[in-house]
Design a protein. Structure first.
Length: 429
């Protein structure tokens, strides 16, 4: 076994084992560090901390590589639909034709929502953000579809996974209908996973509607792009809740809440709002770049930068191509795409962005595609959540079967006051 030597205060050395992963990357195994040295590590934001061993997703932020279960994202987007990729993430292998058909059928059978749950939607205020509804409904599923682990744990987990995959799509579409004030449309066995979702969102009793194949293809690609991204903020939240023994519904609900944040999945909505603002202000992208560089201004270029990617996010590359393809196939032009492409070019030539390795991330172009599909801005993060769902599920399952599994509980560096006595109330200032 490879070891690293650690010198503490110039006197004593300790051996730290080195773990080498399947891609040849080395990690210091510090599991016994505190026991051996009395010290802990300090790593805010966990930028240098491996929280688990995982077999799901590999990403190389320097080379711009992303693979699910060993398959390149470019390959998956080209040759698979979202249901196959979800199956791959959850089960660990790509389904054959029979398994694929069986899974699609299963997802159909579980897609209805308990009638009592439908009344929840109706009580939300009209201005509610659909992410708040999505998170609440995800955890509410645990009341309606109980998990009885005492019976047959693996079967129960399988059932919960399928229900989540299927019902979250219905919930997402219903949250949109609630926002629009129109009646809910139930899922239909005639449609594929994505077409079914679009039908639940857009079909109307007074205007004929048939899901547009261009929209269906784009949605499949976008959901695949979002399907997993190893230990990101929301997935870490899911694993952490799982580590406390939290059930899959509650863990996914926590993931949705984390994803909603504008520094994470909420960025896709923020990107469109930023591009629209630039457009409304006359389209001066240089002004936006200057603002983003100003240390005294909290303004950031939304859809730029990433904790792990220090080069072009491979998902952003696919999203940009898909965006151009979709607009062309629909025969549409969007001035926000022109602004986005110019903004990207100006930022990538700017020293500030070059020095900090800030490139477009997945959220930079996806909003323009959603816009072209007629999906409103506040539903973008919901679309992201639908895509990320199989990833969250796969990570929860991996945690569940992890032989090194422990409750997630980081330590801290205490910087508060030292011990002191409580003064009588009359003596307090
Ligand atoms: N615009 C301007 N400056 C930026 C940007 C940006 N978008 N992103 C990072 N920086 C600067 C920071 O100000 C910081 O500068 P400093 O070193 O002078 O203080 C430096 O680059 C490093 O940034 P951090 O925030 O420390 O990097 P971190 O890895 O913690 O954050 C994050 C990554 C949150 C994605 C960040 O780049 C950001 O806020 N981007 C905009 C929001 C966004 O697009 N989020 C979506 C991410 S992808 C996803 O979650 C699906």
């Amino acid at each position: 076994m490879k070891k690293a030597e650690m010198l503490v205060e110039g006197k004593k050395t300790f051996d730290l084992p080195i773990i080498i992963d399947t891609m040849g990357n080395q990690s210091l195994d510090i599991r016994n560090l505190r026991k051996q040295t009395g010290m802990i590590t300090y790593d805010p934001g966990f930028g240098n901390t491996g929280s688990c061993q995982s077999q799901i997703t590999y990403l190389d932020g320097e080379k711009g590589i992303l693979r699910y279960r060993g398959y390149a994202i470019e390959d998956l987007v080209e040759h698979c639909d979202f249901v196959e990729v979800a199956y791959l993430l959850i089960h660990g292998y790509l389904p054959n034709k029979k398994e694929r058909e069986r899974y699609a059928d299963l997802l159909n059978r579980h897609s209805l929502l308990h009638a009592d749950m439908q009344s929840f939607f109706r009580r939300y205020p009209d201005h509610s953000h659909p992410m708040s509804i999505l998170a609440a409904m995800a955890v509410s599923l645990s009341s309606f579809y109980e998990i009885n682990l005492e019976e047959d744990p693996e079967l129960q987990i399988d059932l919960t996974v399928t229900r989540l995959m299927s019902k979250m799509r219905t919930i997402a579409a219903f949250s949109y209908r609630k926002m629009k004030g129109t009646d809910f449309v139930n899922p239909s066995y005639t449609y594929s996973y994505c077409a079914n979702y679009l039908n639940m969102m857009f079909s109307s009793p007074v205007v004929p509607y048939e899901p547009n194949p261009v929209h269906v293809k784009a949605m499949n690609k976008l959901l695949i792009l979002h399907a997993d991204h190893e230990q990101n903020c929301s997935t870490t939240a899911v694993r952490l809740i799982g580590s406390a023994g939290g059930n899959l519904y509650s863990a996914v609900s926590g993931g949705i809440c984390a994803l909603w944040g504008p520094r994470h999945g909420g960025a896709n909505q923020a990107v469109i709002e930023m591009l629209d603002q630039i457009y409304q202000d006359g389209g001066d992208v240089r002004k936006a770049v200057e603002r983003a560089k100003d240390k005294n201004d909290p303004y950031r270029l939304m859809g730029f930068g990433h904790r792990v990617y220090k080069t072009y996010d491979p998902r952003a590359k696919i999203a940009r191509e898909t965006c151009e393809e979709v607009l062309k196939e629909l025969g549409k032009r969007d001035p926000l795409l022109d602004i986005a492409e110019e903004l990207e070019q100006v930022a990538l030539e700017d020293d500030y962005f070059k020095e900090k390795n800030l490139y477009p991330n997945v959220d930079f172009y996806t909003g323009i595609i959603f816009r072209a599909m007629g999906i409103p801005t506040n539903m973008y993060t919901v679309m992201f959540a639908l895509g990320r769902l199989p990833g969250w599920i796969a990570h929860w399952l991996e945690w569940h079967h992890d032989p090194f599994e422990r409750i997630g509980r980081p330590r801290q560096l205490y910087m508060g006051p030292t011990a002191r006595a409580v003064p009588p109330i009359a003596e307090r200032e």
